[in-house]
Each structure stands twice: as C-alpha cells, then as structure tokens.
Design a protein around this ligand. Structure first.
Ligand code: 4AD
Ligand code: MG
Length: 431
C-alpha cells in the first residue's frame, strides 16, 4: 500500500484525499457489532466514519473496540465509498492508535438536557456538533467584517480596555483598581475611534467590551466582542449604509461557506434585501403599543416592546430617531427637534432585537460642552474627548455591533451565551 497521507475529514468526504490516509482526531461516537467496530472520528473539520474489522486487522479492531468516547486517536487506512456511511465514505482501518484515553464522558444524554450543566461543563461540551457549528459561523461572521472593512477603506485600529471615561453611562461600568486609582473596563472603543479619525478618516475596531449589566436575559453578556466603525465627513444616513453593507456581507458569507453548519443548527437563513426597512422610534412605539407593550415617549424600548416590534418584521431593519433621553450624551440632535437624535438601532427580526447602535456625534466643541454640563457629567473625564473638538473635528458618525448578538441571530440560537465559547454572564465567570 502507498504511504498514508495525512488528510482531514472534510477532504476525505469531499473526495479530495488520496486512498491511503492518516486521520488525527477524537472519538465522537462508536458502536461495535459482531466483529466490526464503527468509530465516528471528529477532527475539527468534520466527522468521518472509520471501520475496523476483526480478522482483517485484529490490532486495529481491538484498539477501536476499546477506544472510549472522546479519546484522541490516529487512524491509518483506506478510503472506500460506502453509501451507508455518513457522507458516503468510510475509512477502513489498518492501524488504530489511541494517543490519549478519555475517562467516562460526563455529558450523557440525560445530563445534556440541563443547560446549566452543559455550561458548567462548557470546556467539554464545546465539542458537541452544535457548539462546533456555532463557532464556525461566528468565525465566518468575523471574517466577513475583516473583508468588508478592507474592501471599503476602513483602517483597523486597537484601543485600551482599561479606561477612565464612561462611553455609555456609568451604570454598566465595571470598576477596577488601577494602582490605587479607580479605572473601568471599556464599554466601547468609540471615543478612541473618534480620536483616530483625523489620522485615518475611516476606522474600525474589533475587541472585547464589558458591561456590568444586571440583566439576566437571552441577549446580555457581561463581556462580549464588539465590532465598531467610525467615519469622518459622514452623516447618519452614510452610517446606516455601512451597517447594511456589513450585515449583508456577514449573511452572504455564512450562506456561501457555512451551509453544513446552518443545517446542523436547523437554521433557515435568507439573504436580506438592501436597503433595510426603516421605522422611526415613534412608529416603533405605536407598533409596540398596539401589541400591548406601550411605554413612555423618551424611554428606551423595553426588551418586550423591542421583541414585539422585531416580530412584525421579516428582515433586519432600523429604528431611527431615538429621543435624546434614551441615548448617550454625545449624540447629535436635529436642529429643529432638539429632543430627537440622529441615531438608529439595527434590529434583527424573529424577536431577536438589537444588533447594533449607531449615530452621528456632536462635533462642535461648545455644543458638546453644553451637553456634558446639562447632563451633569464630570467634564474632567471627558477632557481629551472634548479637546478633539478644538482641532478640526468634522461631522462624523459610527456604530457598534455585537458579535455574539449577530451570531445568535444568524445561527438562530435561543440564547446569546451559545454564541460565546466561554460566556460571561451575571451568574457565570467559569469555566
Ligand atoms: O448599543 P451599545 O451600547 O452602543 C455603544 O456602545 C456605542 N458606543 C457603539 C458605537 O457607536 N461605536 O452597544 C453596541 C452593541 C449593541 O447593539 C449590542 O449588539 C452589543 O453592542 N451589546 C451587547 N452584547 C451583549 N451583551 C451586552 N450586555 C451588550 N451590550 C451591548
Ligand atoms: Mg444600543
């Protein structure tokens, strides 16, 4: 026989491997009937069925028969077409080596019914097919962002996570002791992006954000990854186009490259049409009211109201023109409507809700100064942010979109924590 060529499960199933292969992976499933052992080997690219036959290679058969679930194995053998095997190919083992034997797998069928047990054992449960499919989709979503921004002339930057100023208000800040001084973990890199505009004109960023959110919902994490973009000489309408383009690209790439994973998750995803529908805050509020989820003008959409409005739409859409009272201090208002901001949330349909928040920023020094004092904010914390307005700050706008929320919607997940490998929530900081 030829030398065994190291091949992946996906290459083998796609018919892109030689006949004699070596696979390195983990025992996902196994059953033994008569003198035949069938082992599903998972190798990070997919699953491939291995068979070991007594009488053909006794050593391989004995090793396969003894191999426990989740043991790490190296198999050498020959690829054969077999209609009965998942994917239509099977590797008949000539050699079967167990490199690391696994203890009895704790995630039994019964145990797997408890979501909290699965998350307690997340370091192990991430090997499950749905978690794997989700992580692949998440990576595709992130990869699409890298491509989208490169193609559209946005420069990638980085910013610190230790900060002093609250971008999104003090209520959700995590404080840390910074050599005896009070510091916080960054809620958003927006201010650093704004600072980078006169240097780079169009920037984007991809990094963790922290929120001491006391909300125990299907859409809140305390640590999550945010993609943010900011451009100079850009109105809010330009900003919304970037968000549409980005989300469309993410969906397009997942549809093009992650069909198997969508199927594993039972997700039917459709390419949204551009432009996305736009509802004003007032329209959204009437819809919510008509569904029995009324709220005061000026409040942010309560989760239930947002969900009710989201359920009325077929594709992602924007809710525009939020009241200033529901927005952070830096938002620009309309000249003729001082209580209404040039801002929007990008909302996913199907009851999922907010994916992104964006808006146009105040670029005038005096206007921002006035806003900061009228809201009784500590001017000192915002001194450098204010100073930017003294040195050529043009009209500019930007947004932030949550990676886990977006993955949750695209992958059709019930809860945001499934979109994170090791989620951090109100009640979870381990594993
Ligand atoms: O809506 P947010 O708070 O907006 C900002 O932080 C702006 N400064 C962004 C900007 O304009 N550059 O957060 C942006 C997005 C939300 O729409 C949501 O997708 C996500 O970040 N997000 C969260 N995701 C998970 N858990 C949380 N607790 C989140 N809080 C916000
Ligand atoms: Mg928001």
């Amino acid at each position: 026989m030829d030398a065994f060529a190291r091949s992946s499960a996906s290459e083998i199933l796609a018919g892109r491997s030689p006949r004699a292969v070596e696979i390195r992976g983990w025992v996902a499933r196994k059953h033994v009937i008569g003198g035949l052992a069938f082992v599903q080997v998972r190798d990070g690219t997919g699953y491939v069925q291995v068979s070991a036959r007594k009488g053909s290679s006794d050593a391989a058969y004995d090793a396969a028969k003894r191999a426990t679930k989740e043991s790490a194995v190296v198999v050498r053998g020959e690829v054969r077409d077999d209609r009965r095997a998942p994917g239509g190919k099977e590797v008949s083992a000539a050699e079967f080596a167990v490199l690391a034997t696994a203890d009895s797998w704790p995630i039994t069928r019964t145990a797997a019914k408890s979501a909290s047990f699965l998350f307690d054992k997340r370091h192990l449960s991430i090997r499950g097919p749905k978690a794997i499919a989700t992580m692949r989709i998440r990576a595709e979503v992130i990869g699409a962002a890298f491509d989208y921004f490169r193609e559209n002339g946005f420069q990638l930057i980085s910013a610190p996570s230790f900060v002093q100023a609250a971008v999104e208000g003090g209520a959700t800040l995590f404080s840390v002791d910074y050599f005896g001084k009070k510091a916080s973990l960054s809620q958003s890199a927006q201010f650093y992006e704004e600072a980078a505009l006169p240097a780079l004109q169009k920037v984007w960023i991809f990094q963790p954000a922290f929120r001491a959110e006391k909300s125990k919902t299907a859409k809140h994490l305390t640590e999550f990854w945010m993609i943010e973009a900011e451009q100079a000489f850009a109105e809010q309408s330009d900003n919304m186009k970037v968000q549409e383009g980005l989300l469309s690209k993410m969906v397009e790439r997942v549809l093009a490259n992650r069909q198997t994973d969508l199927k594993t998750l039972g997700r039917v995803l459709r390419q949204p049409e551009v432009p996305f529908p736009r509802l004003s805050y007032d329209e959204a509020r009437s819809i919510a009211e008509s569904k029995g989820f009324g709220f005061e003008w000026g409040d942010d959409l309560p989760t239930e109201a947002e969900k009710a409005v989201s359920l009325t739409q077929e594709s992602p859409f924007f809710i525009t023109d939020y009241p200033l009272s529901a927005r952070s201090f830096y938002h620009m208002t309309y000249p003729d409507r001082p209580k209404v901001t040039k801002s929007a949330d990008l909302i996913a349909p199907e009851g999922v809700g907010e994916l992104a928040t964006g808006g146009q920023r105040i670029h005038d020094y005096h206007e921002l100064m006035e806003r900061i004092s009228s809201q009784d904010l500590p001017t000192e914390s915002f001194s450098w942010y204010l100073e930017l307005r003294k040195f050529g700050m043009p009209p500019h706008s930007g947004f932030g979109i949550g990676v886990e929320r977006t993955t949750r919607w695209i992958a059709g997940l019930k809860h945001i924590r499934s979109a994170s490998l090791f989620p951090r929530t109100l009640t979870r900081i381990s594993p």
